[in-house]
Design a protein around this ligand. Structure first.
Ligand code: PGA
Length: 272
């Protein structure tokens, strides 16, 4: 079983796996074109079925127009995401990027609350809630990133902080549109340390239970919950074996077309 399927009121909900590549501040627009071209060729050589496993790249803002043009001209199936969004739609906010502009560039997903934004830019749960609202308002799907630091892991255990961050990001919206959660333990990002597949599955399960308790079982069953933190082609299958984990958010390994396409083809490594 490669898709995650949940029984919900006698109705079966299938969540399409999502493989997301967060390039962070790497690659100019020319390097971005080369990487997306190589990624698409590699996946098409492997007959990748994008309807069964979505592949999304999150280039820096300055690359998005170039990647959009390439995707449009060559009719590629790779989907575009952005790494951040302003909580405002327009106005005197120097340096910020509106979701309205991203939507015009065919961006489908936007990361909100990545731990690097929470740490380096002091983004609070309230900021993350407001950016989630901006994504909903402008027709983008937020990928809400949550996760505990090493200190929080030691003092509060693994799931308390990510669950509280999810509840905060989803609170106070008139209506919830589509959203995705990415559980990324901060201690596992860019460090080479990974949560075990069992630990990741437990936390993702707790997050889904919290969504069900706050927003109902239908929304919980339809929501994709990803794991992120030092994911590579050689460890991805362990995470995605669990029905609680619906995809991965990949940093470093998404900068290499062969490695990232190996991650997207995780179904090939799962021995059932
Ligand atoms: P990493 O980054 O895969 O390099 O650990 C993950 C992320 O920051 O989303």
């Amino acid at each position: 079983m490669n898709d995650s399927t949940t029984m919900n009121n006698a109705e079966t909900v299938t969540r399409i796996p999502l493989i997301a590549g967060n390039w962070k501040m790497n690659h100019d627009h020319l390097q971005a074109i080369a990487l997306v071209q190589k990624l698409s060729w590699t996946l098409s050589d492997a007959n990748h079925d994008y309807e069964k496993c979505e592949v999304v790249v999150f280039p820096p803002f300055t690359d998005i127009r170039s990647v959009q043009t390439l995707v449009g001209a060559d009719k590629l199936s790779v989907t575009l995401g952005a790494q951040d969004i302003s909580k405002f739609d327009s106005g005197a906010y120097t340096g910020e990027v509106s979701g309205v502009f991203l939507k015009k560039l065919d961006v489908k997903y936007v990361l909100v609350g990545h731990s690097e934004r929470r740490t380096n830019h002091h983004e609070t749960d309230q900021t993350v809630q407001e950016k989630t609202a901006a994504a909903f308002r402008t027709g983008l799907i937020p990928i809400i990133c949550v996760g505990e630091t090493l200190e929080e892991l030691e003092t509060q255990g693994q799931s308390a902080v990510p669950v509280a961050q999810v509840i905060a990001a989803l609170a106070g919206h008139q209506k919830l549109s589509d959203f995705v959660i990415a559980y990324e333990p901060v201690w596992a990002i860019g460090t080479g340390k990974v949560a075990t597949p069992e630990e990741a599955a437990i936390v993702c399960g707790k997050i889904r239970e919290a969504i069900a308790a706050e927003h109902g079982p239908e929304i919980a069953a339809a929501t994709r919950i990803l794991y992120g933190g030092s994911v590579k082609a050689n460890n991805v299958a362990g995470f995605l074996k669990s029905p609680e984990v619906d995809g991965v958010l990949v940093g470093g390994a998404s900068l290499d077309a062969d490695e990232f396409s190996g991650i997207a083809r995780f179904q090939k490594h799962i021995v059932l």
